[in-house]
Ligand binder design. Structure first.
Ligand code: BTN
Length: 252
């Protein structure tokens, strides 16, 4: 047993050995009416999905590959807040379990020593302006060693074990994520995004720095000024114009 201390997150866990993507399974369950807090977790994904149509390597038994269903009663424009909330929860959980210090690159890459250890992907089911379900996909590189990573991603990717020099039980990490996520989610539902925004900013490593944002349609170089109340990134270009970035690849 995971020894759960949560009331909502992780009360229903679908544990799978091998799946194409936990995100796909969770989306189906959500569509069929699965309750908030339902989690799909797999030992291995054969077609793990990343942001911006990338693939996410999910080798057997090395990481936490999971998708969590939430059903907040919020308008669609506020959904990015949940992405940032998830990133803060995972950052807190990793610090608790490993003692490593982590940073967040907008919107939700978790970096350790400048390399990515966690990716988060949130997908929405909306109907049509109100959120029906948010599927939060979390991939944590936990116990991979260097040889698990392809040569070309070694400079940018890492795992908790590589950074800490020791392996970690994946169940402890999952439990810590559930607990932090539940705490922050309750705070969010009760008091809104205020505290979560502050927490996110305390982990942010891109704010105040010059970054390059590649969106689907353009590339903008500028200084990251902060995030809005809705979780959108504000970028000031060299001409002093402010751009609101909803989705992009960020290079620091
Ligand atoms: C990113 O591109 O940084 C996001 C990666 C998200 C990976 C996780 S692993 C569990 C869940 N299932 C998927 O197919 N993707 C997410």
């Amino acid at each position: 047993s995971l020894g759960l201390q949560t009331e909502v997150i992780g009360r229903h866990i679908h544990y799978e050995e091998t799946v194409d993507s936990t995100q796909k399974i969770a989306a189906r369950l959500a569509f069929e009416g699965a309750p908030e807090g339902t989690v799909v977790v797999a030992e291995e994904q054969t077609a793990g999905r990343g942001r911006l149509s990338r693939i996410w390597h999910s080798p057997k038994g090395t990481g936490v590959w999971m998708s969590i269903i939430l059903r907040p009663a919020i308008p669609v424009q506020q959904a990015p807040q949940l992405t940032l909330l998830a990133a803060v929860s995972v950052a807190q959980a990793i610090e608790q379990v490993t003692g490593l210090s982590v940073g967040i690159k907008w919107p939700n890459d978790i970096l350790i020593g400048g390399k990515k250890a966690v990716g988060i992907l949130t997908e929405l089911q909306a109907d049509p302006d109100q959120v029906n379900a948010v599927i939060i996909g979390i991939g944590v590189n936990v116990n991979q060693q260097r040889e698990h990573f392809a040569e070309e991603i070694l400079p940018i990717a890492t795992s908790l074990a590589i950074e800490a020099g020791t392996a970690f039980p994946r169940a402890s990490l999952m439990q810590a994520v559930f607990l932090q996520l539940e705490k922050l989610y309750k705070e969010y539902l009760t008091n809104g995004f205020g505290i979560i925004k502050l927490l996110w900013e305390s982990y942010a490593i891109s704010i105040g720095r010059e970054i390059t944002a590649r969106t689907v349609t353009s590339t903008i170089v500028g200084t990251a000024k902060g995030i809005t109340e809705e979780g959108v990134l504000l970028l000031e270009d060299r001409d002093g114009r402010i751009h609101a970035i909803h989705s992009a690849d960020i290079e620091i």
